[in-house]
Every structure is written in structure tokens, then in C-alpha cells.
Write a new protein. Structure first.
Length: 302
């Protein structure tokens, strides 16, 4: 029987204060975990979260320029394919439904997705908590980026044709408020594409506390397709497509970053397709994409 935890000072987004303990993890230097942690699941709605909260319960300050830009630029040669695919996949999913217009990338980092979208004809905007990242986007890329959270950015009503939230929703302390704000600024037939780790996959169940994508030091929420969709519906949005893929399992298995870009491409072309096929069954599908709109009648969807 699972242990039951009651946290009156930390209610779930549904208001419940009772949780089941599903994972109890410990310090693990190989995974970069500096303290003990728990993954707890709301007894009422099933949404899982990290406990104690990361960042000491406060929004992390992304003010270190080397942290924001150096990690990517230093590995451009050996891991270029990985970082480009990280940004290009949400855009590829987006363009199944909408191919042009005004696009917002929420949590835009150093603007890789913004560059790819601009090159395809999108009018691009970014928003990020990191001032160095936004400065980099302005000065080096010549693109729009606002150093703010989404609510503080105060975009006009129904302003965007498309919004991407690329590995971001699980980091927000207030994901429901963010989704409600997305509903406000998204055009009537606009599209949002959200992707995050899929905690309902076989590898997570086998590895338990050793599954590295829990990332308890930065992930506030641990979403499954069902709990993420339920939160979107609560915000007045309509999920229309869920796509399960295997991103990080393949990267971790063969440690692509140690090899040349040529070998990386060879591995992706040979081993990659088999893993992506298996991922669609949900067995090792560690990443989920959810396509959301305010209107189920989407022209050009497929």
C-alpha cells in the first residue's frame, strides 16, 4: 500500500492536500541530484509533483550568462544535431497545423527555435526569465525577446497564431495560470504546442528513482499525457493531438555527445527510427507533444 502524505500548506492545483508517495529518491551524484526527494501524486486528480519544491519554493534566477549561453555554444560542434532537433521538433509539429503567422516561444532560451521559425517566414517573439538570453537574442540575432514571465509580458488579447512551450510547463510553479494566459493571447483558431517529459513510460516505472528525467532539482511538476491534457482543459483549451516520442532515451543510451556529428547522424538514421517506432507504443516514449487549440476545427491538420 502506498504511503499517504497530507500537505495542507502545499495544495495541488485541484485544491486537494492528500497525496500518494510514488517515488522516494536519494542523493545521486551521477544524476546531479544533491538532496533527497519525493515524487508525490494527488489522490484526487492524479497530477504528480516534486517534493520538496525545487529552488526552495522560489522562481529560479537565470542570471548567469555562461549558464544560459555557454552550455549550448561550447558544444555546438559535437552536439549541434541534438540542440537543433530539440528546437526543430516542436516547430515541425506546429507546422502540421499552421505554417505562418505570429509565433511566441515561451521559455525561448538563446533563441534557436526563433531563428528556425524566422527562416521559415514566421513573425517571431520570445519570452524568457533570463535577461542574458534575451540580450543575446536582441544583440546577436536581431529578434524580439521579452525578459519576463508570460503574465508579466502583458501581450494583447488574441495576439498570437502559434505558441510553443518547449520543455517549460513542468518548470512553472503556476502552470494553470500560464495556460489561462495562453488561452487569452492565442487567436481563436491559433495553435499551441507543448512538450515535456512523459512520466508514464515503462523506463520510468522500471528505473523508479533512478529515472533521470524526474530532474527534481528543476522540475516542479511530473506530467503524464492525461494530467497535462486535464490541466489544459481546465484552462479552457482543447487538446486535439498527443504525440509520444523517444528523445532522451536514445541520447542517454548511446551518449551521442561523445561522438562526431557524422557518427551522430549515422546513429540517428540506423538506430533512431526503431526507437521512435517503439516510442509510439509508449514503452520508451519519454517525451510527449500535445497540440492544443481554442477551436477543434483546424484547417490543414493531419
Amino acid at each position: 500500500m502506498r504511503a499517504v502524505i497530507e500537505l495542507r500548506d502545499t495544495p495541488c492545483l485541484c485544491g486537494s492536500t492528500e497525496y500518494n508517495l510514488i517515488i522516494e529518491g536519494h542523493k545521486n551524484t551521477s544524476l546531479g541530484i544533491g538532496e533527497d526527494f519525493k515524487i508525490i501524486q494527488c489522490k484526487k486528480c492524479g497530477l504528480a509533483r516534486t517534493y520538496p519544491l525545487p529552488y526552495g519554493g522560489h522562481h529560479m534566477k537565470y542570471d548567469n550568462y555562461e549558464l544560459c549561453t555557454g552550455h549550448v555554444t561550447d558544444q555546438t560542434v559535437t552536439r549541434k544535431d541534438l540542440f537543433l532537433s530539440f528546437a526543430s521538433e516542436p516547430l515541425e509539429v506546429m507546422e502540421r497545423y499552421k505554417k505562418s503567422g505570429r509565433l511566441l516561444d515561451l521559455g525561448c532560451g538563446i533563441g534557436i527555435l526563433l531563428v528556425l521559425a524566422r527562416n521559415k517566414g514566421w513573425e517571431t517573439y520570445g519570452a524568457d526569465l533570463s535577461k542574458p538570453c534575451c540580450d543575446y537574442i536582441h544583440k546577436e540575432l536581431g529578434l524580439n525577446a521579452i525578459n519576463s514571465d508570460l503574465i508579466g509580458a502583458k501581450f494583447p488579447d488574441e495576439y498570437f497564431d502559434a505558441i510553443t512551450v518547449n520543455q517549460g510547463l513542468e518548470h512553472f510553479f503556476n502552470p494553470l495560470e500560464v495556460l489561462i494566459e495562453i488561452n487569452r493571447i492565442l487567436k481563436k483558431e491559433g495553435i499551441m504546442v507543448m512538450n515535456s517529459p512523459n512520466c508514464n513510460n515503462l523506463l520510468a516505472k522500471i528505473q523508479k528513482e533512478r529515472w533521470w528525467q524526474w530532474l527534481p532539482y528543476i522540475h516542479v511538476w511530473q506530467f503524464t499525457p492525461a494530467t497535462a491534457r486535464a490541466l489544459m482543459v481546465k484552462a479552457g483549451l482543447r487538446p486535439v493531438k498527443t504525440i509520444i516520442r523517444s528523445r532522451w532515451f536514445l541520447e542517454r543510451l548511446i551518449n551521442i555527445g561523445r561522438y562526431s556529428s557524422t557518427i551522430s547522424k549515422m546513429v540517428r538514421l540506423t538506430i533512431g527510427p526503431a526507437f521512435y517506432f517503439i516510442a509510439r507504443t509508449g514503452l520508451v516514449g519519454d517525451t510527449m507533444y500535445i497540440v492544443v487549440t481554442k477551436d477543434n476545427k483546424i484547417a490543414g491538420s493531419k
